[in-house]
Design a protein around this ligand. Structure first.
Ligand code: CP
Ligand code: NVA
Length: 309
């Protein structure tokens, strides 16, 4: 990997995405072959926001490869409050081999990476969630085969961090992505611009609708995420009204291809963005996505730490 950090999926080349998938598959198939891969290394996990999947899978993933983890929550670190983000980076790099950061502001991850000589991995910022996006497309390669060109994923709901990573991923892999959001909640226009630039080389197709039925028409997978992301909790009630016609129901799923997968990064709110009858049915692959966070992030840590040797 030429990259030092993983800040955004958009920073990776299509070949680097492929390399992450190959390494993920090797680790998933034979985890014991990698049990010494990061022996004696250490990883700092800095989380300003809550987490189940990201925290557990980075911690277990590092441990399973022989590394140790130190976890710091917001109370313990107060990024940029107790001391500057720059000083935090310059301290941490003396002790650890990689830093995973889940932050409110995307700028904080960028600043950590700018001042640290060890890899910084974005464990979710308000702008993007690259580890999630990589895992999601890896999961789809398992379900639909390694070549996702022409594979159609529909994302319905808030044009948020998860949505941005899915757009970048589709652009890298030549997939088709259609997004359905209420007016005013579309994905960031700079994300669309960058992805469409990349799409010229990979053949990806990217479209945005304000009608969920238009977005899911013929899709091979339908993806949603919470309507109010972490940091937007105060808007929960207002968003519940605005997004109510964007709930993934059986009726909405029936517009997609026959047997379409249902996807969600989790945590999910049944009855809000998705009905229980959809997330709890056979074609829902949400727990495969959750499992694969472990394997994918092991690959990410391994490739980035090896690259800084
Ligand atoms: N999908 C995801 O990142 O889950 P957590 O917020 O629990 O880490
Ligand atoms: N968009 C959600 C994703 C959680 C994994 C959030 O930022 O809260």
């Amino acid at each position: 990997m030429a990259l030092k950090d993983l800040i955004s999926l958009n920073d990776l080349t299509p070949r680097e995405v492929e390399k992450i998938f190959e390494t993920t598959a090797a680790i998933k198939t034979s985890p014991l072959d990698f049990r010494e891969a990061l022996a004696g290394r250490s990883v700092a996990l800095i989380f300003e926001k809550p987490s189940l999947r990201t925290r557990i899978t980075f911690d277990l993933g590092a441990t399973q490869m022989g590394a140790s983890c130190v976890y710091l929550d917001h109370q313990g670190v107060r990024l940029g409050e107790r001391e500057s983000v720059k000083d935090m980076a310059l301290n941490l790099e003396r002790w650890v081999d990689a830093i995973v950061a889940r932050t409110y502001s995307h700028e904080t991850v960028i600043e950590l990476a700018a001042h640290s000589s060890v890899p910084v991995i974005n464990g979710l910022s308000e702008f993007t969630h690259p580890c999630q996006g990589l895992t999601d497309y890896f999961t789809l390669t398992e379900k639909a085969g390694p070549d996702l060109r022409g594979f159609h994923i529909a994302y319905v709901g808030d044009g948020n961090n998860t949505c941005h990573s899915l757009i970048f991923g589709a652009a890298k892999l030549g997939a088709t992505i259609s997004i359905g959001t209420p007016k005013g909640y579309e994905p960031n226009s700079e994300v669309l611009k960058a992805a469409r630039r990349q799409a010229k080389a990979t053949g990806a197709k990217i479209s945005v609708f304000n009608d969920p039925f238009e977005a899911v028409k013929g899709a091979h997978a339908v993806y949603t995420d919470v309507w109010a992301s972490m940091g937007f909790e105060a808007e929960t009630e207002r968003r519940r009204e605005i997004f109510s016609s964007f709930r993934v129901t059986k009726k909405l799923m029936s517009e997609a291809s026959r047997g379409a997968f249902f996807m969600h990064c989790l945590p999910a709110h049944r009855g809000d963005e998705v009905d229980a009858a959809v997330i709890d049915r056979k074609n829902s692959i949400v727990y495969d996505q959750a499992e694969n966070r472990l394997h994918t992030q092991k690959a990410i840590m391994l490739l980035l730490i090896q690259a800084t040797q």
